[in-house]
Ligand binder design. Structure first.
Ligand SMILES: O=P(O)(O)OC[C@H]1O[C@](O)(CO)[C@@H](O)[C@@H]1O
Length: 448
C-alpha cells in the first residue's frame, strides 16, 4: 500500500487520547457507511464501487476514449463541481505539465465550469481548425453553467460536422434514466454513460464522469481502479488504531473540536493543484452544513509561501495544515555548480531539485508547527494512476467518516440551492416571480 498518514506534528496541540476516545464513534460511523443506515445512506454507492463496477460500461469507456484519441485532436469536457473536478485533478496530476501543448497528445479542455463569455469565446477560438469531440457531464442534466456551455458547443459542433457527424462525436454522461440531458442524448442518439443514482457528484470521479476524460488523456484507468480497489479493501476496517483513512478523519475532527476552523491542503507539486480543488469540494460540500465544518482551503507550496506563508506562520491561529506529499519524484533534476556563485547557492550544487523541495517542506513544517499550526501528512509513495486511485478512496472514505463524526449528512448539498434560486428569480425564470420582486427590491434598496 502506498499511502501513509502521520499526525505526530499535531500532538503538540492535542493529547493522543483525544483521537483514541473517538474510536467507538468512528466504529459507529463505519457501520453506518457499510450497513447503509446513516444519514444520506441512499448515496453510498461509492463505498464498494471500486470492487464492483459495471465492467461492460468500463469497456465501452475505454473504447470511446480510444475512438476519441484516434479521430480528435481535442476533447472538450463540459461539467461543473463533481462533474468536472475529479477528471481535471487526475489529468493534471498524472499528465505532462504542459499536456495540452505537447505534440501528438489528445488535448483536454474544460468548459461549463463558469459563465464567462470571454472563456467560452477564447476556447472556441482555440478550437478553430481542430478536430474535436465533446463529453457533456451532468448528473441532474439541468445545471445552468454546463447547460449554457453545451448549447454553445453543440451548436458549434453541428455547424462544423453536421448533425450526424456531431452525433458521433458527442458523449453524454448523466443519469441512467431521467433528466434533461438523458432525454436529449436519447433523442439525438449520443453515446451515453451512467452516473449511478447512489453516487453523488463529488464522489463520482471513479465512474464514467471521471474515467472517460481521464482515459482520453491517455491515463491507465485499469491501474486507477486497481489502486482504488486496494484502498477499498484496506480501509474496510473499523479499527481506528490501524485504519489511517479513519485516523485522518478523527484527527481533523479532534482538532476542530479544539477550535481549529480552517484546514489547508498543502502540496509541493504544481500538478496537485486540482487535486486540492477536488478535495475542497469533497470536504466543503460534505461537511459545511448546519453552521458547522472545517473550512477546506488549499495552498501550493513553495509558490504560496511567498504570498500566504506570512499568514500561515503568524496570522490568526485557527489553521491546520494537511500536507499531501509525494515521496518519490517523477523526475530528478540535479542542480549544477555555478562558477561565479553570485546567488550563493553552490552549497546545493549536486543536490536534486526534489531534495531541495523536500528540505523546504521539512523546514516549513517545523516553522509552522512552531508558529502554532498543527501539521498532518498524507504521503503517497509516488504519483501514478494506481496511487491516484488509492488517494481518491482514502479521502472519500475519510470524508464520509468525518461528516458522520461531525453529525451532518455528508452526502447532500441543500445549501447550494440558495444561489440558484436567487439567480433564476433575477433572470426571470417562470415560477420565481415572488422571489424576483423581493430580490429586486433588496437590490435597489442597497444601491440607494
Ligand atoms: O452533475 P450536475 O448535476 O450538473 O451537478 C454538478 C455539481 O453541482 C452540484 O449539484 C451543486 O449544485 C454539485 O453537488 C455537483 O457536483
Amino acid at each position: 500500500m502506498s499511502i501513509s498518514f502521520n499526525y505526530s506534528n499535531a500532538l503538540p496541540f492535542m493529547q493522543e487520547h483525544e483521537v483514541t476516545y473517538l474510536g467507538d464513534f468512528v466504529k459507529a460511523a463505519h457501520e453506518m457507511l457499510h450497513e447503509k443506515k446513516g444519514p444520506g445512506s441512499e448515496y453510498l454507492g461509492w463505498v464498494d464501487l471500486p470492487l464492483q463496477y459495471d465492467q461492460e460500461e468500463f469497456a465501452r469507456i475505454k473504447a470511446a476514449a480510444q475512438r476519441i484519441r484516434s479521430n480528435s485532436e481535442a476533447l472538450i469536457v463540459i461539467g461543473i463541481g463533481g462533474s468536472y473536478l475529479g477528471a481535471r485533478s487526475a489529468i493534471e496530476a498524472l499528465s505532462h505539465t504542459f499536456h495540452n501543448q505537447m505534440v501528438g497528445k489528445t488535448q483536454v479542455y474544460f468548459a461549463g465550469q463558469n459563465i464567462s463569455s470571454a472563456y467560452i469565446t477564447h476556447l472556441l477560438e482555440l478550437l478553430e481548425g481542430k478536430d474535436i469531440s465533446l463529453n457533456v457531464i451532468s448528473k441532474s442534466g439541468t445545471t445552468t453553467e454546463p447547460a449554457i456551455a453545451f448549447r454553445i458547443l453543440r451548436d458549434y459542433m453541428e455547424k462544423k460536422y453536421g448533425k450526424a457527424g456531431a452525433k458521433s462525436r458527442i458523449f453524454a454522461t448523466t443519469d441512467q434514466a431521467k433528466g434533461a440531458l438523458k432525454t436529449l442524448a436519447d433523442k439525438e442518439g449520443y453515446e451515453s454513460f451512467v452516473i449511478p443514482d447512489d453516487v453523488g457528484g463529488r464522489y463520482s470521479v471513479l465512474t464514467a464522469v471521471g474515467l472517460l476524460p481521464i482515459a482520453t488523456a491517455g491515463i491507465d484507468i485499469d491501474q486507477m481502479m486497481a489502486g482504488a480497489a486496494a484502498a477499498a479493501q484496506k480501509y474496510n476496517n473499523a479499527d481506528l488504531a490501524t485504519n489511517e483513512s479513519y485516523q485522518y478523519a478523527a484527527v481533523r475532527n479532534a482538532l476542530y473540536r479544539k477550535g481549529k476552523t480552517i484546514e489547508l491542503l498543502v502540496n509541493y507539486e504544481p500538478s496537485l493543484h486540482y487535486v486540492s480543488e477536488w478535495w475542497k469540494q469533497l470536504f466543503g460540500e460534505s461537511e459545511g452544513k448546519d453552521q458547522k465544518g472545517l473550512f477546506p482551503a488549499a495552498v501550493d507550496f513553495t509558490t504560496d509561501l511567498h504570498s500566504m506563508g506570512q499568514y500561515v506562520q503568524e496570522g490568526r491561529r485557527d489553521l491546520i495544515e494537511t500536507v499531501l506529499s509525494v515521496k518519490k519524484p517523477q523526475i530528478e533534476v540535479t542542480i549544477q555548480e555555478d562558477e561565479s556563485n553570485l546567488d550563493g547557492l553552490n552549497f546545493v550544487a549536486g543536490m536534486t531539485m526534489d531534495e531541495v523541495n523536500k528540505k523546504a517542506a521539512q523546514g516549513t513544517r517545523l516553522a509552522h508547527v512552531d508558529g502554532g499550526v498543527p501539521n498532518l501528512i498524507v504521503e503517497l509513495d509516488e504519483l501514478n494512476a494506481y496511487t491516484y486511485g488509492e488517494m481518491v478512496y482514502f479521502f472519500e472514505k475519510a470524508c464520509g467518516i468525518s461528516g458522520l463524526l461531525l453529525g451532518v449528512n455528508p452526502f447532500d448539498q441543500p445549501g447550494v440551492e440558495a444561489y440558484k434560486t436567487n439567480m433564476f428569480a433575477l433572470l426571470g425564470k417562470p415560477g420565481f416571480e415572488t422571489q424576483r420582486d423581493e430580490l429586486n427590491k433588496r437590490l435597489s434598496d442597497s444601491t440607494q
